[in-house]
Ligand binder design. Structure first.
Ligand code: TXA
Ligand code: MG
Length: 343
């Protein structure tokens, strides 16, 4: 079936989305991080449609979205009272917001959502439109980022249309996403009264913010994330993170530059297209602009994209994580379509 998605706003978009979700369909919805491709987490057919529309392997689990922490008991159980108290504390501080917690899965939640894992990733999104859809539907929503598998995450309704416009019928327009980076994904455990966190995917909630509530364990110590493999978030064009020597730039190809701050005139002249992430060097602004700028460069007449490194502090850690993954296919010459890289 080939459809062309309608981008709808306001009440019209909310009620159309709820009706489709109610019937087991999938829709594009805005969150404060990136747009999601949502389906009712308790309707296995809806969950299957998400995987199908994205072209995502069934081995890569989905995040479940709730309108408030009070719904946690519907999708998760707690390993212990201590774990429950820790989650309640984190929820009070960071929810609604861009933090996803990995918790033991409730047996009633369809296994397809978690790809057979006994843990479920859960978050409460701060986006008022997403929240409104959740309240009206009355069921948690499974929602990965609304891009084709392995590709650039969408931060506007138009981006979702480019990615999935022929696979879904409605995209709810919530403008551009505030953070522009996917949520921080965290596994947690409490050992002898000591909470510890393992950051499986860096995001808007930083390590420094989490450290106030527990010890930061090395990545993957508590649990591994099937989706955090290299070769993700990839443009179609070759992408390389730039080393500082401008004299080594190839001169026989059209180059696009993804710059953190405004480059000098001399540097600009070496590129066909330049995208600037933040005029003032603000990392949060750079994050919000990141995927859109990468997408524009990818659509532009360039053969290759060079990206400037950003300071790895605050949300800069998440941006560099995405840049490294986006450049993986280019670096390894494997091409982005291969299953080894587009994971
Ligand atoms: O900000 C976000 O988190 C966005 C918005 C739409 O909420 N969602 C998002 O979902 O980025 P997705 O599917 O593109 O990325 C979710 C990541 C994947 O790497 C997946 O493997 C991991 O979370 N994940 C989900 N459930 C998991 C589970 N049960 N165990 C381990 N990793 C999990
Ligand atoms: Mg994604």
């Amino acid at each position: 079936m080939s459809v062309s998605a309608q981008i709808l706003a306001g009440e019209e978009g909310i009620s159309a989305s709820v009706e489709i979700l109610w019937g087991g369909g999938v829709v594009g919805l805005p969150t404060e991080t990136v747009y999601g491709l949502a389906g009712d987490a308790f309707q296995p057919m809806a969950v299957a449609r998400i995987f199908e529309a994205k072209g995502r392997p069934l081995s890569d689990p989905l995040i479940v979205h709730l309108p408030e922490a009070g719904w946690l008991d519907r999708v998760a159980v707690f390993g212990s009272e201590e774990e429950r108290r820790l989650v309640e504390k984190l929820a009070a501080v960071f929810w609604p917001g861009p933090l996803t917690l990995l918790l033991p899965k409730h047996p009633d939640l369809p296994d397809l959502v978690t790809a057979g894992s006994d843990r479920v990733a859960v978050r409460v999104t701060a986006h008022p439109l997403f929240q409104e859809v959740l309240w009206r539907l009355g069921s948690p929503l499974a929602a990965p980022s609304a891009n084709r598998f392995g590709r650039i995450s969408p931060t506007s309704a138009e981006d979702v249309h480019i990615e999935l416009g022929n696979a879904i019928s409605v995209i709810l327009d919530g403008g551009s996403c505030k953070h522009g980076m996917e949520s921080t994904l965290v596994a947690l455990e409490v050992n002898l009264g000591q909470p510890s966190f393992s950051i499986l995917r860096p995001g808007p909630i930083t390590e420094g913010e989490l450290r106030k509530y527990g010890h930061i364990a090395s990545q993957g110590r508590i649990v591994n994330s099937p989706g955090s493999l290299p070769g993700h978030y990839a443009p179609k064009k070759r992408l390389q993170i730039m080393n500082s020597d401008m004299n080594l730039l190839p001169n026989d190809v059209l180059l696009g530059l993804l710059a953190f701050t405004p480059p000098s005139q001399e540097v600009c002249e070496k590129f066909t297209t330049v995208e600037i992430l933040s005029r003032s060097g603000d990392l949060k602004e750079a994050a919000a602009n990141f995927y859109g700028a990468l997408r524009r460069l990818d659509q532009n007449k360039v053969d290759m994209i060079l990206a400037e490194s950003l300071p790895e502090e605050g949300i800069g850690v998440a941006i560099m994580d995405r840049l490294r993954r986006a450049s993986y296919g280019s670096l390894h010459g494997t091409g982005h379509q291969s299953s080894e890289t587009a994971v």
